[in-house]
Design a binder for this molecule. Sequence first.
Ligand SMILES: [Zn+2]
Length: 485
Amino acid sequence: MKIYQEKIQNLKIEVILQDNDSDIKIIENNILICNIVLNLLDRFLTNIRYTSNPEYLKKYFPDSFLQNIQSKNFDSEPTLSIIIGNKREAVQNPLYLSSNGWSIYLSRKKPCSWKIFAKNPLSAIYIAALGVGEVFKLLVEDYVSVEIINDFIYDFITHGKTNQPVTNPLLPSYLDINLILVGCGAIGQAIAFALDQFELRGKITLIDPDIIDESNKQRYLLAFNENIGRSKTQFLSRYLMDNKNNLLTVLEFIQPYEISITIYESLFKMENVFISVDNKRTRVNLQAALPRRIWNIWTDTAQGILRYGIGKHDFANENQCLACAYYPEGDIPNQMELNAAILGISQEEINERLQRNDLITKSDLEHLMNNYTIPPDQITRVKSLEGQPFSNIFHGECGIYNVRLLEKHEPTPATHISVLAGVYSVIQFILTKMGIENGHLVESVAEFNAFAYPNEDCLIKKKRHPKCVCNDPIYQVVYKNKWGL
Ligand SMILES: [Zn+2]
């Protein structure tokens, strides 16, 4: 990621918020777009110019947000001017962003001319993150293949196939929900932010054992200096329990999902679960509890690619369940094979060292540290294992080391894809709840390339894995009985 540093220094982005529209709802919509654009740009850019009313930047985020933006001001000619509003601006390189109803508008040529306005904060959040993606493309276009077009018009119901803007169905004035969020990280925060644009009633359960740390500031929509060190779960809980959501109950679990479900039996009756965790095992474990419906939300930032997606998993239909989606290629490894992978040595060597009752060495632990992310609260524990007899901590079926390991992540400055993924899942959740007459919603999986633009072909049906438990008639009967289907 160091190669981008020089490019980042040279990139100067101006954000122009037009607040002279006669319709107050349009101004409110544009203020939301502007806040998300600046929030995400601030996570990776050093030169940002915002000259509109500073009061608008106090509406959604804490005080340090406005200060950050003001500290990045520059005088010279901007590389790109992001214009939020429906009037033309005399600038060198404009990027006009608008949203209206379920439709979004992006153009490098002219402002949006749609007249009748329907309020919809979800499409506003999406177009803001998509606009930030256009800035991100400028940083990487020399190294990877990116698609950059002058005009992009899209809606979440007909995928750009009917007259724009698409304003029906109108959004409800409040949302009645009973949701579980497994994972309160970058995607979980984006989901919570999108949901919080409504008055929320009902119940939301939050599950995440981690705390917000310094590194999260790069990607988390709601991570600011003010909340470093706080539990991710408790932070989101306080965030949602604002004055607007008087009829909302929030349950917090600061343990991993697998432990939470053992201490709170009601978690076996999950109707709608949003899962965005950083490991495959928890996803498979979640499916094993047979929730009514799982929304799986993910981002993928491997070398040279930038993807995000959502899956809607109903278990009883012919599409893949969540376990299918993460079904291991080849045979499922046994515990000894898993142990060998964790230690980075062969199974034979493990057996020999067990027989000799070898001691755990520094290099055993280094392999662990280099290949997995160890939660901060467990690092001391892991270090204390050095010099202990091998067999003392080899727990056979329970796995080796007996510590929580998270799959290692590459750091990425791609701040916007978690927001795109999170808000897209909320859009699908709400549209599914309301029902639509003409259009195409996600039935199985949607996969997006963030270096290109979303389209209807991103919605795909994926069949079950032939070896997965969802093909087992007994599981199917249990699922159907559980939910009265
Ligand atoms: Zn399956």
